[in-house]
Design a protein around this ligand. Structure first.
Ligand code: 3PG
Length: 212
């Protein structure tokens, strides 16, 4: 299966991709199991903490039914590192040309980030079909996505950044939104308290969100 087909398949698995910033790698497996059981099998683990690579490795090894993506990938050299850790997809917050070129020939499927039509078109020209729209809330929200449907009808987006349970439905109702991303179903205080029950409940609500 091509990388573009794999990304389309992962994006179709659930309406929402939880964005996980993991401080303690011990949390990774119970968190991933909770999300999978709630109906959210795809998760983005951001490379923003020292525990991130360990967390990706543990999820890949111990929760094979999860599709673990490496997020906040900002440099080409990180592609091989996250592939070795077991990530099955790469997500970027923004995609400078050197990173886009490396992702286009890299070992893993990618959902590169963009925030403008120019960036979206540049990524489309390199063969990417599903793009992260980041930071979605600050960069234009559902109105931006509606506006780009005209000039870029073939592109599908995963808006992420500033989305919560209240704004999710407005994004998911749009025909060019494949899924949405966010951290609202994994609140920091619940992770710190290892309150998997609360996270499971928030994740089940996210998994039940209707899509267009
Ligand atoms: C990301 O990296 O995608 C964002 O930090 C997630 O945004 P949110 O925390 O506003 O959901």
């Amino acid at each position: 299966m091509s990388h573009a087909d794999l990304v389309a398949r992962y994006a179709a698995l659930a309406p929402a991709i939880p964005v996980l910033t993991i401080l303690d790698a011990e949390d990774a497996v119970p968190l991933a199991r909770t999300l999978v059981e709630a109906g959210l099998p795809v998760a983005e683990v951001t490379l923003r903490t020292p525990a991130a690579l360990d967390a990706i490795e543990r999820i890949a090894r111990e929760v094979p039914e999860a599709v673990v993506a490496a997020g906040t990938v900002t440099r080409p050299d990180q592609i091989a590192t996250v592939a070795r850790a077991g990530a099955r997809m790469i997500v970027t917050p923004g995609t400078p040309p050197s990173l886009a070129a490396a992702l286009a020939v890299g070992a893993l499927p990618a959902m590169p980030g963009c925030a403008t039509v120019t960036e979206a078109l540049a990524l489309a020209a390199q063969g990417f079909t599903h793009l992260k729209f980041f930071p979605a809330g600050a960069a234009g929200g559902p109105a931006w996505l509606k506006a780009v449907l005209g000039p870029c009808p073939e592109l599908r987006f995963c808006p992420t950044g500033g989305i919560d349970a209240g704004s999710a439905a407005a994004y998911l109702a749009l025909p060019n939104v494949a899924c949405i991303g966010g951290s609202w179903m994994v609140p920091n205080d619940a992770v710190r308290a290892r309150d998997w029950c609360r996270i499971g409940s928030l994740a089940r609500d996210a998994a039940a969100l209707p899509r267009s």
